[in-house]
Design a protein around this ligand. Structure first.
Ligand code: SF4
Length: 423
């Protein structure tokens, strides 16, 4: 990416098969962050995470240390940590790598976080499709319990922590944090109206912190090496590294650990090797399927949250989807709209009806049955969805629709006028 050798936080030992087991993990400074943490004042642990400029890696990018501070100071109501491992955003597969190659990074991150915040109960909500990852994680939890890193009197600190692994059943919406909580409680996986926010009333009615897998997996390194060193790996407001997933017809698709301000063009061409078979680039969705698309001439931008926002898009989950020249953008949008219509939980009319409308209108344009005024109708439906619903799924559907039309309007108009595809 640049002249200097990149320091990695998460993936350093992922090529080592033994790293997923406790013995291998301990051989690579595993659980040293936790040993250090239990000897520190709790506020000092939180301060290190704040100094690290660690932003949530689940998509929203909220500063982790600040989110931790939202838990009420009063300890009379037991607190809960919910780990969001329900990785369902299309184009996003980074947490799967952590869960399968370095599960103890997550377990140690959970233990440090819970110790710092005096949380005695943690639940990991893992995507139902991640059956193999669930097995690996369950094994890591057992190893950690047997070695005294979890359970009663953790590392002789007098602190108790129980961690439970819970498998989801395959609904995208269960990745929304209040929906995760409902599903965990055995209820229908519907997002909740907020307020109250989970920090006040979350899982089982208790104050709850919800953090993403990648966010927590960074915590052991921060404790071992210091928040300032972590912050220095990224840029001003985005500390550390990001796991960037590149999918699409590139030479080397996969997950890459890169500085939080990696350049998107360099990700596509240098890191992932550019497009296969000499194809030209048409567009890039930079942060998972809900983030606004960029044209090929717009990718000279860094992946940090602020720079992406300045380009009118989002860093999201850093799930970079590469779209080659020759792709029909109407067809591509139709695939996305069908996904969101299928995954809407149906509680809010603008989302339940709006996602269905979008799927049907884009679908008929793609089928050569579009009508004059359909593009305006799509934009009108989007306007009536954005910001009017309980959770962000309606916006997640509207943003790609608006950006695909905004950037590739000619293709939509031609599809309607000619009744066929001419990308
Ligand atoms: S926005 Fe959609 S997914 Fe979210 S609560 Fe409303 S209907 Fe359900």
């Amino acid at each position: 990416m640049s002249g200097r050798r990149m320091e990695t936080v998460l993936t350093t030992h992922f090529a080592d098969e033994g790293f997923r087991r406790l013995e291998g993990y301990l051989g690579k400074a595993g659980y040293e962050g936790l040993r250090k943490a239990v000897a520190m004042p709790r506020e000092a642990i939180v301060d290190e995470v704040k100094k690290a400029n660690l932003r949530g890696r689940g998509g929203a990018g909220f500063p982790a240390g600040v989110k931790w501070g939202f838990l009420p100071k009063d300890l009379s109501r037991p607190r809960v940590l919910v780990v969001n491992a329900d990785e369902g955003e299309p184009g996003t597969f980074k947490d799967r790598l952590i869960l399968s190659r370095g599960p103890h990074l997550l377990v140690e991150g959970i233990a440090i976080t819970c110790f710092a915040l005096q949380i005695h109960e943690a639940w990991i909500y893992i995507r139902g499709e991640y059956a193999r990852e669930a097995r690996i994680l369950e094994e890591a939890l057992s190893e950690a319990r047997a070695a005294g890193f979890l359970g009663k009197d953790l590392l002789g600190s007098g602190f108790d922590l129980e961690v439970v692994l819970h498998r989801g059943a395959g609904a995208y919406i269960c990745g929304e944090e209040t929906s995760t909580i409902n599903s965990l409680e055995g209820k229908r996986g519907w997002p909740r109206l907020k307020p109250p926010f989970p920090a006040a009333v979350g899982a089982f009615g208790r104050p709850t912190l919800v953090n993403n897998v990648e966010t927590l997996a960074n915590v052991p390194w921060i404790l071992r090496n210091g928040g300032e060193r972590f912050a220095a790996l990224g840029c001003e407001k985005n500390g550390g590294t990001r796991l960037v997933g590149v999918s699409g017809p590139v030479v080397r698709p996969g997950i890459y650990e890169l500085p939080a301000n990696a350049n998107l063009r360099s990700v596509v061409y240098d890191v992932a090797g550019g497009l296969r078979d000499g194809k030209a680039l048409k567009a890039v969705i930079p942060g998972g399927s809900s983030t606004p698309v960029l044209r090929a001439d717009e990718i000279d931008v860094t992946l940090d949250i602020e720079s992406m926002a300045a380009k009118g898009t989002m860093a999201g989950t850093c799930g970079v989807i590469v779209i080659p020249e020759g792709t029909c953008m109407v067809r591509a949008l139709s695939v996305l709209m069908n996904f969101y219509a299928h995954e809407s939980c149906g509680q809010c009319s603008p989302c339940r009806e709006g996602t269905g409308w979008l799927a049907r209108i884009v679908g008929r344009i793609e089928a050569g049955e579009g009508k004059p005024g359909d593009v305006e109708l799509i934009l009108d439906v989007c306007d009536n969805m954005s910001g009017r619903t309980i959770c962000a799924l309606a916006d997640a559907a509207a943003m790609p629709a608006q950006s695909f039309i905004g950037k590739f309007r000619g293709e939509f108009d031609r599809h309607i006028a000619e009744g066929k595809c001419r990308p």
